[in-house]
Design a protein around this ligand. Structure first.
Ligand SMILES: NC(=O)c1ccc[n+]([C@@H]2O[C@H](COP(=O)([O-])OP(=O)(O)OC[C@H]3O[C@@H](n4cnc5c(N)ncnc54)[C@H](OP(=O)(O)O)[C@@H]3O)[C@@H](O)[C@H]2O)c1
Length: 218
């Protein structure tokens, strides 16, 4: 697939690199540091380049939206026409201080994004996982013990494509239903992240990766 990365930070840089290693053609975009995008493309070791959000979106089958909630409007504006494209969003609708969800209860970040790009097909995925575990999951993707990853969306074809990308990273995709299920996923994700980062286990607790590894009979 041709994948445009909109937001090449903790999530976008890692997922983009993994997508390249899984054989996809990737454009890294949206950073305050152009040289970082060039470096990511060079270091990914496959078919990848740096570009603007418009470059990333132009020929893409899929765009990965991986920016802070406060940057969503800007990056979508720069990306331009997303008609018919699959938008996989890992962006959580966090407030500016990153303390609370800015959208909750009667809507979700994913649904708000779908309203911003009504002619695209939005799937929410990867937002429940801390970026710290992504390379480990990918490195162990041949294992039978693939951790599950939930995703939701309203378009079946877009969901199948997202499920393939989730598998490529090394997770077992779990379809939890339509996009509105994001209303339940997003608050739960925030809660789990808080427990994980306030405790001693960090990202491994959020993902139970160590448990999976040490106690395979579970
Ligand atoms: N990190 C996680 O573990 C995690 C887990 C689940 C969900 N999420 C969600 O995923 C989304 C992305 O998170 P992240 O941690 O990857 O964020 P991040 O590391 O801050 O990356 C955001 C990207 O946006 C770019 N950016 C920010 N302001 C910009 C501007 N004014 N002009 C151009 N580029 C700009 C950053 O550029 P620079 O390269 O210059 O910094 C960076 O490449 C968020 O919505 C977050 O809630 C994150």
């Amino acid at each position: 697939m041709r994948i445009g990365i909109l937001g090449s930070g903790l999530m976008g840089a890692k997922l983009g690199t993994i997508f390249v290693r899984a054989g996809h053609d990737v454009v890294f975009s949206y950073s305050r540091d152009e040289s970082k995008l060039e470096r990511l493309a060079r270091d990914s070791g496959g078919v990848a380049r740096a570009g603007s959000p418009a470059d990333a979106a132009r020929d893409a089958d899929v765009v990965l939206l991986a920016v802070h909630w406060s940057r969503v409007d800007d990056v979508l504006k720069q990306a331009g026409d997303l008609r018919g494209k699959i938008v996989v969003s890992c962006s959580l609708p966090m407030n500016a201080a990153d303390t609370e969800l800015a959208v909750a209860h009667t809507s979700s970040g994913a649904e708000e994004i779908a309203k911003k790009v009504p002619s695209a097909h939005v799937v929410e995925a990867f937002n429940t996982v801390p970026s710290e575990v992504l390379f480990s999951v990918f490195e162990r993707s041949a294992s039978d013990l693939r951790p599950s990853l939930v995703y939701c969306g309203d378009d079946e074809r877009a969901k199948q494509t997202a499920a393939q990308l989730i598998r490529d990273v090394g997770f077992e995709p779990i379809d939890v239903g339509p996009l509105r299920i994001a209303r339940y996923i997003e608050p739960f994700t925030l809660l789990v992240a808080r427990i994980a980062y306030e405790g001693k286990g960090g990202a491994a607790i959020a993902y139970r990766f160590e448990e999976l590894e040490e106690k395979p009979e579970r």
